[in-house]
Design a protein around this ligand. Structure first.
Ligand SMILES: CC(C)(COP(=O)(O)OP(=O)(O)OC[C@H]1O[C@@H](n2cnc3c(N)ncnc32)[C@H](O)[C@@H]1OP(=O)(O)O)[C@@H](O)C(=O)NCCC(=O)NCCS
Length: 221
């Protein structure tokens, strides 16, 4: 499916007290396949309420034509649940945080103007058409703007050295995914620490392990 040509992107703050928005966030995390462990969304809501997490829905104009069923990001042959409310259909979500949910102080520090980009997902049907890169540019502009006034944007993603190994994906029982570290490198981010056990994952044989992260940063002003 080809993503609809996007003319404009709009960001709307996630409202943690809206049952529809909570249900859609849960659905989008299931579709994403990462950050699905119990308690994640509750922690995000608590961070939003404390004002350390700026979580936004991503909307595009014109409104996209969605497929009948949205495919899962990690297991692309499978489809996921429908939107809980057909009138509420953002194409993804993204966040700019003053506190890393994983407790890495190097990722976020308001006193040093270090903001971390997290919780980033675009529906599979809308990926691959340049939307992600445009969202990154708009997030950087927002981070540098008067409200947040940050000097650096950091992020964490699956360590590219792990992502490059076919054995990693075979262990997960899914087809090899894209190398996000390489994608962020093309957008100007530099790795500053890698090999950090971080993402709760389950191997096909049922073994639980932490997949390794790389931490990256970019000076934005
Ligand atoms: C990472 C993500 C936000 C990027 O969004 P996107 O809209 O796909 O981004 P873009 O289209 O701007 O860039 C995707 C790149 O992959 C390439 N690509 C090729 N085929 C693709 C496909 N079928 N799907 C996605 N990307 C594809 C694009 O050509 C592009 O490469 P380029 O930057 O060299 O041009 C999105 O893929 C996503 O939500 N992935 C799953 C969750 C995730 O990994 N989040 C980030 C965690 S840190």
């Amino acid at each position: 499916m080809t993503a609809t040509k996007v003319r404009a992107i709009r960001f709307e703050r996630f409202q943690p007290d809206s049952p529809t928005e909570l249900a859609e966030l849960r659905r989008q995390r299931v579709l994403c396949g990462w950050g699905t462990e119990e308690g994640t969304i509750e922690k995000w809501c608590e961070q939003v309420q404390r004002g350390v997490k700026n979580l936004y829905w991503i909307w595009t104009e014109p409104a996209p034509v969605f497929p009948e069923q949205e495919h899962l990001n990690l297991e692309r042959e499978k489809v996921g649940p429908p939107p809980p409310d057909p009138a509420f259909t953002p194409v993804g979500h993204v966040s700019l945080d003053w506190e890393d949910y994983g407790g890495e102080d190097e990722l976020a520090d308001k006193s040093k103007g270090i903001l971390t980009l997290a919780s980033f997902f675009i529906l599979v049907s809308q990926q691959g058409g340049g939307l992600g890169s445009r969202v990154m540019k708009e997030m950087e502009a927002m981070a540098a703007g008067p409200e947040l006034d940050a000097s650096f944007v950091t992020l964490n993603t699956l360590d590219g050295e792990v992502s490059r190994q076919p054995e990693f994906w075979a262990k997960m029982g899914v087809a090899p995914g894209r190398n996000n570290e390489e994608w962020y490198t093309r957008l100007g981010y530099e790795a500053f620490r890698r090999g950090i056990p971080r993402y709760p994952s389950k191997a096909v044989d049922g073994t639980e392990f932490l997949a390794e992260a790389v931490l990256m940063r970019k000076r934005i002003k």
